[in-house]
Design a protein around this ligand. Sequence first.
Ligand code: ATP
Length: 266
Amino acid sequence: MTEPPATPDPVPGRTGPAAPPADPGPAGVSVRARGLGHRFSGTADLFTGLDFDLLPGEVVGVCGPSGCGKSTLLSILAGWLPPHTGTLETTGIERTGWVFQNPFGVPGRTALDHVVLPLLAKGLDRAGAETLAGTAMADFRLEAVRDRPFRELSGGEAQRLMLARAVCSAPDLLLVDEPTAQLDLRTAGTVNRTLGAIARAGTIVVIATHDPHTREACTRVLDLAVAAGASSGGEDDGEDGGAAGAAAAGGRTPAPGAPPDGGAAP
Ligand SMILES: Nc1ncnc2c1ncn2[C@@H]1O[C@H](COP(=O)(O)OP(=O)(O)OP(=O)(O)O)[C@@H](O)[C@H]1O
């Protein structure tokens, strides 16, 4: 059996087994993973031994090549999939939002209708809900498509619409799959800054991404290429720089409870 390291693991987002419990912070919200690993029946280990704590204010990038298990880790964080090994403890997570890369909507309903829905469900009247929805849509540069039916939206618009809707649900944990893959640089920058602002408002934001700009906008990176020991998992698509490149690129890990810098000011 391998002796546990005495000092924190240098791999970004991983700490040694002696890491203290996550400080749930004033809002009492946290996610604590210890020894997390997953494999599907018939596959090799996608990742093993992940130790990390997630706290409000963080934008955590889940990075690594295609097929390394990024979406799988999001499923585990959402509680949809039990990990093959390790434990995941959540504190104070009452609402989890997940924005898929290819979201579904109601084809004939307007973009605004989609964002208004969670606000009406919370008890706001239509006028109040439309005001807040309009603000969330503007944050994601969706003013121009406000009254367009969902079926007419582009893939990138549809995904940003779901981000705006997720924000209006005020989740404690927001999981986002490849939010900038379909976007031009300027719009991607807006999305990254908005996600940073959402985190600073008290949400834990976790983003699965290949995009180096999005990775750079994250306050911390969980690199699954590194977590897999570069021995299994997906193919290197070149966008992440592969296991070695990804390990070298690292990520910024703020002190627990410290405000993230993230380059993600709104
Ligand atoms: N239910 C399942 N049963 C078996 N294998 C699965 C299942 N779901 C995913 N996989 C496999 O697990 C691996 C990781 O999949 P996952 O979707 O998590 O990768 P990813 O890193 O998100 O990939 P991408 O960047 O291409 O979206 C892939 O090889 C995939 O084929």
